[in-house]
Design a protein around this ligand. Structure first.
Ligand SMILES: [Fe+2]
Length: 122
């Protein structure tokens, strides 16, 4: 078995239907409505991950970035020992259409992980 280099780029699950424990602890969980109205604020919850990741000085989630398609929206930075890797952000999507909301997180030991959710903006 070859050793995995977590800092070689975006980490993705080997089998999305059968996540291992490392994947469950790192893939962001996005809680967002499936459809929203253009120009109206709505809340998005992001949690890392489906098994909450540890937040210790030696091993923690450093930040989560949010994008709508290619548009950068927000960064939430975390201080280990004082925060959990969970945040709620209020978004406003101004243009009707289909948008892919993307959350990217960085673990100081296990690198970058992402997840997406599609939102219809009416
Ligand atoms: Fe980690």
């Amino acid at each position: 078995m070859t050793e995995m280099n977590f800092f070689d780029g975006m980490n993705r699950p080997g089998n999305a239907a059968d996540l291992n424990e490392t994947e469950k602890k790192h893939i962001p969980v996005i809680g967002a409505p499936g459809s929203v109205k253009s120009g109206e604020p709505f809340e998005v919850d992001v949690t890392v991950g489906s098994i909450m990741h540890v937040m210790e000085p030696a091993h923690h989630i450093q930040w989560v970035d949010l994008y709508a398609d290619e548009k950068y929206l927000a960064r939430i930075e975390f201080t280990p020992g004082f925060t959990k890797a969970k945040a709620t952000v209020t978004l406003v999507l101004p243009t009707p259409g289909n948008v892919t909301l993307r959350a990217v997180e960085r673990c100081n030991i296990h690198g970058l992980w992402e997840n997406t959710q599609n939102i219809t903006v009416g």
